[in-house]
Write a protein that binds this ligand. Structure first.
Ligand code: GDP
Length: 326
């Protein structure tokens, strides 16, 4: 219902040819579908507005478009669609011949850019699980080159495209979505800064702020993200949610709540600490105690209450609206 739309919600559009993988991406990232189940998804044939405001910290909408949107159809209102969009993700099936997809990418982004030049244009070179490492790099180079040549020929040199190699069969789709969402968060520099402060005062190696439902990370400190620790954190979220669902109290609509906290010690000396921050966000800190390295400050680790309060304070100071969820 158009009238119900909240215009302040950053909107992400998910577009691409039919069968490129749009519905699968949406189901896997936001609805916990396992990648194998996507084999049986019905192909998209209408605009799908997936409003996540009730389940996810990330208050955006996904508009899943049918592959063959006809821009010349008079009922296609590009003002309405592109004007409020924060990002447009265009999905290209890398396992297929992508000539037609590139043509469609060009028409789509040039049309959108004319309506709203502030949109972030994100190209997911998708289904790369079927490609060798060399083939992945070559495909990315080729898609990048051809897409930008088309833009140059069309006099759209100012239109910037970002490229990501993605697959629903590994963490690359979550990583790519994290980057896309982070570009839409005005609080990002503040959050990064606060996580840097947390790191430097605690001796922890790395801290992430996660949207629990999607496993998108909203922010991290400014040290480099290593894929392995990101994957570890994603796996820990799954474990904690599963254990909460099996053993947690079911009375108040869900076992995962603002009291949730978990520490997992792995036998390779890595310690993972997960702390619920709001109903939707968790702080996660994978930390490795190496023999030659100092333990993180005892006060921090031995006093979870202090840690809780600190974390909540940190977020309060980051200026999130207090909507009663925190
Ligand atoms: P849509 O029409 O763009 O919504 O495409 P679907 O989501 O229906 O996906 C079409 C097919 O691609 C399905 O059979 C999916 O299982 C498959 N698919 C989606 N993502 C991936 C991926 O990352 N890797 C592989 N190998 N297949 C994928």
């Amino acid at each position: 219902e158009e009238g119900d739309e909240d215009d302040t919600q950053p909107r992400i559009l998910l577009m691409g040819l039919r069968r490129s993988g749009k519905s699968s991406i949406q189901k896997v990232v936001f609805h916990k579908m396992s990648p194998n189940e996507t084999l049986f998804l019905e192909s998209t044939n209408q605009v799908h507005k997936d409003d996540l405001s009730g389940v996810s910290f990330v208050n955006f909408q996904i508009w899943d478009f049918p592959g063959q949107v006809d821009f010349f159809d008079p009922t296609f209102d590009d003002e309405m669609i592109f004007a409020g969009a924060g990002a447009l993700i265009f999905v290209i099936d890398a396992q297929d011949d992508y000539v037609e997809a590139l043509v469609r990418l060009h028409t789509t982004v040039s049309r959108a850019y004319r309506v709203n030049p502030a949109i972030h244009f994100e190209v997911f070179i998708h289904k790369v699980d079927g490609l060798s490492d060399d083939h992945k790099i070559e495909t990315q180079r080729d898609v990048h080159q051809r897409a930008n040549d088309d833009l140059g020929d069309g006099g759209l040199d100012k239109l910037h495209l970002s490229f990501y190699l993605t697959s629903i069969y590994d963490h690359s789709i979550f990583e790519a979505f994290s980057k896309v969402v982070q570009k839409l968060l005005p609080q990002l520099p503040t959050l990064e800064n606060l996580l840097n402060i947390l790191i430097s005062h605690s001796g922890i190696e790395k801290a992430f702020l996660f949207d629990v439902v999607s496993k998108i990370y909203i922010a991290t400190d400014s040290s480099a993200v290593d894929m392995q620790s990101y994957e570890l954190c994603c796996d820990m979220i799954d474990v904690v949610i599963d254990v909460s669902c099996i053993y947690g109290p079911m009375e108040d609509g869900g076992a995962y709540d603002k009291e949730s906290l978990a520490i997992i010690k792995l036998n390779n000396t890595t310690v993972l600490y997960l702390k619920e921050i709001t109903r939707f966000l968790a702080g996660l800190t994978p930390h490795t105690w190496r023999a030659n390295k100092q333990k993180p400050s005892g006060r921090f680790w031995n006093t979870p209450a202090l840690y809780d309060r600190r974390n909540v304070n940190l977020l309060t100071r980051a200026g999130f609206p207090d909507d009663g969820r925190a």
